[in-house]
Design a protein around this ligand. Sequence first.
Ligand code: M6R
Length: 369
Amino acid sequence: EKGGYATFMEKEIYEQPHAVRDTLLGRTDVEGRLVLDDMSITADQLRDVDRITIVACGTAAYAGMVAKYAIEHWTRIPVEVSLAHEFRYSDPIATERTLIVSISQSGETMDTLMAVKHARELGAMTLSICNTHGSTIPRESDAVLYTHAGPEIAVASTKAFLAQITACYILGLYLAQLRGGTFADDAQSVMKELHEVPSKLEDLLGRMDRVKEIARFMADTRSVLFLGRNVGFPVALEGALKLKELAYIHAEGFAAGELKHGPIALIEAGQPVFIVVPGPGTPHELHKKVVSNIQEIRARGARTIVVAEDGDEDVVPFADEVIRVPATSPLLAPLLTVVPLQVFALHLSSAKGLDVDQPRNLAKSVTVE
Ligand code: M6R
């Protein structure tokens, strides 16, 4: 049932092009407009939404962080991301014009379920992005947008993460379409690019040999840092979480802009640092800024492992290793840049002889608060 792969996690990593493709399937009509047929909140209600709060835990919350950048950019609706357990026991602001979006692979995460129930008590609309048909969270929500990643067996989430990000994009683009005008035009062209991602993922998964080698060489490493900016920031957090879960290595993800506000003090000779580099086309000169971050940490002895787009030569002088990913538009990049980080964690874990699919102390769905 592992289809020739050594572990479920590896199989699921290689199923990611399908997970994205299937989640996108049937979402556009003949004119290229987005269709959401499993949505029971009306279009009028959605047009009225003036605030979105995403509630989720762990990897699903990182998908939510990616979504915040994208949905705010495409729709100009304010989006907040709240860890579900923090949302539940705070005093969140929600009205009948607030859309609470929960993200959960299992649909059974108790923390997320409690947040959704709380949101309903507050009178907000609730939409569940979920991978498991008929599970509790979608049943407790006003509307559902199912991800079609297929069953995820490995405790560490991979293909569900990509499918969650894809579903969030679909939601954001749908909201943009409802806004009409240039919002809708832009949404159409992003949707086109989104449809190109699965084949780029196939290409990327075919070039992971060097990442596997790097992981094997690093089996004795005690600490790894991950840096990213904008949508690359949650990717850095996810890379660190994967490494903690699978290889029991101390790992931290940072927003690269925070470096000089503290974390740069951690850099010493030989410290491995992954840097997720925004494509050269990213607004606000973010590419240049991250390249200068790489330069700064390299000058302090860091071992820099750089995840950069094909053709980005600016990173080369400061990189000990360059991991190439196919180019895409900046907000869609997480669907590609996270893949080498997943593969790295998987192979470091197996190089250490650990149980990749069932890491210690963890359960696939966390059904207690
Ligand atoms: O089933 P859910 O998506 O609600 O699970 C949320 C988290 O428990 C989950 O993503 C967890 O962080 C994973 N083990 C990450 O690999």
